[in-house]
Design a protein around this ligand. Structure first.
Ligand code: GLA
Length: 367
């Protein structure tokens, strides 16, 4: 008897969109500075199937399905459905035909840890909506579109870091990205570099923090020195400023330099030098940019006491996690000891999570 081909549903597929860990280059993206993120092995999965009318999404663990029109129109959605509506509306502006989908979202990103679950969700939805409509955008155009969707959905004027990391990620590599020209190149992360995040137990959400305030303070400082982007500010321009403007701009100018030094240290395999740069970044984020909180400072100190090469707060700050760099063979013990001591003092948080530089968002299976 001739074998019959298994029945294949041509219209169903899956999308994978990872979270990110920014190795260094914090609060530099929205002034056209430098960043060095990795996409990680944790993220968001979306199983989807084309349908003609609406976008109907279920999220595992979030109860009932949400429906938004395929062109992102209609009354303003709430909760996580805001992201679907905003992505669909941005795609409609970019010319995507209004084709709907039915999808189920699942995530293994710890919520509130600062691993960019919202960017991963935006990218997953954008890739799925493009796929059902046969519409294509280049990865960086898609990243810019998702960045606009974040602003539309929750009014957060974020930079391009999270969405670019999610789309450009590559196994064993970090992405050195100039956020003005969007030029980027991959930097190999040596196998001996162990990366870990440890969560403070203080949930982070950019919506309720001074993120927007920091951004306007920095833009004001850039205006004062007559610069459009932070990488063109000369050291002597800083001398003309004082107070908040000086501190905010000094962080960004020195952080751009730290990104270069960190990338060079990775390329030459000098992990001790990379660790020193991470600690300098934390001090600058704490004192000049003022986005740390005592819990994050404490985690950094504990990590250093337990044998880390370097540590610093991760992402926007005001909560979330710290990034810890340690020699790969010592990473487990550093994570265990840091977390245990932190929990002893605070009674919460302190969940170590080992992260690996991993590949970026993609359609996993079609048909
Ligand atoms: C958040 C934003 C990013 C970036 C970081 C800080 O993650 O979404 O665009 O500004 O904070 O580096």
């Amino acid at each position: 008897m001739p074998e019959t081909a298994p029945e294949v549903d041509e219209s169903s597929f899956r999308v994978w969109a990872p979270g990110r860990v920014n190795l260094i280059g914090e609060h530099t993206d929205y002034s056209g500075g430098l960043v060095l993120p990795v996409a990680i092995q944790h993220g968001i999965r979306l199983a989807a199937r084309r349908r003609e009318d609406d976008i109907v999404l279920e999220s595992e663990g979030h109860g009932r399905a949400e429906t938004v029109p395929a062109d992102g129109g209609g009354p303003r959605a709430w909760g996580w459905a805001r992201y679907a509506q905003a992505v669909a509306a941005e795609l409609a502006d970019a010319g995507r035909p209004a084709v709907g989908l039915t999808g189920t979202i699942s995530s293994d990103l710890p919520p509130g840890a600062g691993l960019s679950s919202s960017a991963a969700l935006e990218v997953a939805l954008a890739l799925a909506l493009c796929a059902v409509a046969g519409f294509e955008l280049q990865p960086l155009d898609l990243a810019l579109l998702c960045q606009r969707a974040e602003l539309r959905a929750v009014d957060v004027p974020c930079g391009i870091l999270d969405q670019a990391a999610c789309l450009l990620g590559s196994d064993e590599h970090a992405i050195l990205l100039d956020c003005d020209s969007l030029e980027h190149r991959l930097i190999h992360v040596p196998a001996g570099a162990g990366l870990l995040i440890v969560d403070s137990g203080v949930p982070r959400s950019l919506e309720n923090t001074a993120y927007g305030e920091r951004r306007s303070e920095l833009e004001q400082a850039l205006r004062l020195v007559g610069a459009d982007r932070s990488t063109e500010v000369e050291a002597d321009a800083l001398a003309r400023l004082d107070g908040v403007a000086k501190r905010r701009l000094r962080h960004v100018v020195t952080e751009n330099e730290r990104v270069r030094r960190f990338a060079a240290a990775l390329e030459s395999g000098d992990l001790a030098a990379a660790g020193v740069v991470l600690c300098e970044s934390h001090v600058s984020l704490r004192d000049d940019y003022e986005v740390s909180i005592p819990e994050l400072d404490e985690l950094v100190e504990l990590a250093m006491e337990t044998g880390a090469l370097g540590a610093r707060l991760l992402g926007g700050g005001f909560g979330g996690s710290v990034l810890v760099l340690a020699r790969a063979e010592e990473l487990e013990e550093v994570g265990r000891a840091t977390a245990a001591r932190y929990r002893e003092r605070t009674g919460s948080g302190g969940n170590p999570l080992r992260v690996r530089a991993s590949s970026g968002a993609r359609l996993v299976r079609s048909g």
